[in-house]
Ligand binder design. Structure first.
Ligand code: GLU
Ligand code: ZN
Length: 326
């Protein structure tokens, strides 16, 4: 028996330009697949119609190509896959695993996007938990708007994280998987796609750790194989805040248009992951034999804007300890 082939995915949300933090995460995700001769899928997570920006998917594709990060399949747009998401929901309705919820409008509206740090919201108190799935079907027939929640319990979910080691977390209460009129949530779309696409390995930012127990629970209920997860610490700015897509200076498109050598950026990112002491210009491929997931520092990587972006200039910051200093 040959071991199963690794299948990974790059899953940008086209809601703004990719920045240096995304480049770091995608580099690690790419290496973790390429180093094992696996297959990579590019999946565009564009189900949140209110937040998708025109041209952002094309820009993300151009950014990845500029970095030297390639893929084997895709781009596959989630916006074309609603039939799959609906079918999974129908299965959960039939099994009584979901119930209709008519509260917390704001949370319901936010559910289509991945909840990043601090966006998880409070634990749902279970106000609608006594409702049955049939009541939801009835509301749907009457054209009443509501959300489907997946019923949870108090059991904790554990996994051996490829980057940070063993983790155990609660599910954070019954969570939204879709709203009616039908719109899938991030948790639903990601889980169904990871299942149907045969994804075996997920490397992504650690602000998505609270979502992982939910996705594991959904995958288990779909009787799908649960991938190995690895969560990569985020990039912070000098004030200790998470890098936001609005910070133009660290956007990949800006670096690309400024004529900066992507090989310098890759070398810089590799150093931030603990793989080298120097900042050698390099391509992603140069790190296949040298990268190590467990050497990625557990704390957020602090990017210091005054030193950014001198990359691409001959006497750029080689040897200076800037970006990795906390
Ligand atoms: N599309 C999500 C994001 O950009 C990532 C989802 C995932 O990797 O599971 O935030
Ligand atoms: Zn409710």
């Amino acid at each position: 028996m040959t071991p199963d082939r690794v299948v990974g995915r790059l899953a940008p949300s086209p809601t703004g330009g990719l920045h240096v933090g995304h480049a770091r995460t995608f580099l690690v995700a790419w290496l973790a697949v390429r180093s094992r001769g696996g297959r990579l899928i590019l999946r565009i997570e564009d189900i949140d119609a209110g937040r998708v920006r025109p041209g952002a998917a094309e820009a993300a594709i151009a950014d990845l190509a500029w970095l030297g990060i390639d893929w084997d399949e895709g781009p596959i747009h989630q916006s074309t896959r609603f039939d799959h998401y609906r079918a999974a929901l129908e299965g959960w309705i039939a099994r009584g695993l979901v119930y209709p919820c008519t509260c917390t409008r704001a949370e319901i509206e936010r559910a289509a996007s991945a909840p990043h740090a601090g966006e998880e919201g409070p634990t749902y108190p279970g106000s609608c938990a006594s409702r049955t799935a049939e009541e939801g079907v009835d509301l749907e027939r009457r054209g009443i708007a509501f959300a489907w929640r997946f019923r949870t319990d108090d059991r904790r979910v554990g996994w051996n994280d490829l980057v940070v080691g063993p983790i155990e977390r609660g599910l954070g209460g019954d969570f939204i998987i879709a709203r009616e009129p039908f719109a899938p949530s991030y948790q639903l779309a990601v889980s169904v796609d990871d299942a149907l696409m045969g994804v075996t390995q997920v490397l992504r930012g650690d602000d998505l750790i609270p979502s992982t127990p939910r996705q594991i629970r959904l995958l288990e209920s779909l009787e799908a194989r649960v991938p190995h997860y690895g969560h990569i610490p985020l990039v912070h700015d000098a004030d200790g805040r998470r890098l936001a897509k609005r910070d133009g200076s660290i956007k990949l498109a800006a670096l690309r248009e400024a004529g900066i050598d992507p090989r310098r950026l890759i070398g810089y990112l590799a150093r931030s992951c603990g793989w080298t002491d120097g900042i050698e210009p390099s391509s992603p491929r140069d790190w296949i034999d040298r990268f190590e997931l467990r050497s990625i520092p557990p704390e957020p990587w602090t990017l210091v804007p005054p030193h950014w972006p001198p990359l691409g200039t001959r006497d750029a910051p080689t040897g200076e300890r800037t970006a990795t200093d906390v």
